[in-house]
Design a binder for this molecule. Sequence first.
Ligand code: FES
Length: 199
Amino acid sequence: MKHPGMTNKVYNIPNDIFEWSEDNFKRVSKIIQKYPTSRQQSAVIPLLDLAQRQNSGWLSKTSIEKVAETLSMSYIRVLEVATFYSMFILEPIGENFVQICRTTPCWLRGSDKLVKVAREISNAKLGETSKDKKFTVVEVECLGACCNAPMVQINDDYYEDLDESTFKKILTDLKNNKSISKGSQIGRQASHHERGKDA
Ligand code: FES
C-alpha cells in the first residue's frame, strides 16, 4: 500500500510558488529564536511542520525550498529530513488524512472492519485520495493508544474505542462537514478501564 509520507519522490506543481503567510512568517521568527544562534537549523522540523500545515497538509517542492532558504540550508539537507519522517507528506492528500492502526491489539479488536468502512465511505483505495478530495486513507503501525483499540488518527486527532458504526458516523459526518467528537467513542477517560477508573 502506498503511504504519501513514505516516498522519496517530491511532487512538483509547475509554476507553484510558496511564500510564508503573514502569520506564519511571525511564527517562523519565534520558532527560530528558540535555538542558539549557531544552531538555528535545528528548527528544520518545526518549520517543515508549519509549511505542511500552510500547504493543505503536504509538502510541495517549493515549500521545502522555502524552508531551506529560511534556514540557509541546502535543499537536499531539508529534503533528507522531509523524506525520513513519515509525518511529512510529500504529495497532495485529502482534507482528512485517515490513518488506521492495524497492529495486533487494534487488529484483534476489529481494525479490518474499520478499513472496510473507510474504503466504503471514501470510495477510494488505500493510499489514494477520494474523488471529492475529502479523504486519504492509509493503514499504519501502532499509534500508541493500544489500550483503547481499535483506533484511528484523523489529521491531528485520535478517535478511539471504535466499532464499524461509530467509525461510519465519524466519516459520514466529516464528509458532510459536520463536527465530530474526538477521543474515546465510548466515553472512556484516558486509558482507564471502560467501566471507570475504579473498576
Ligand atoms: S496497536 Fe493500535 S494503537 Fe497500538
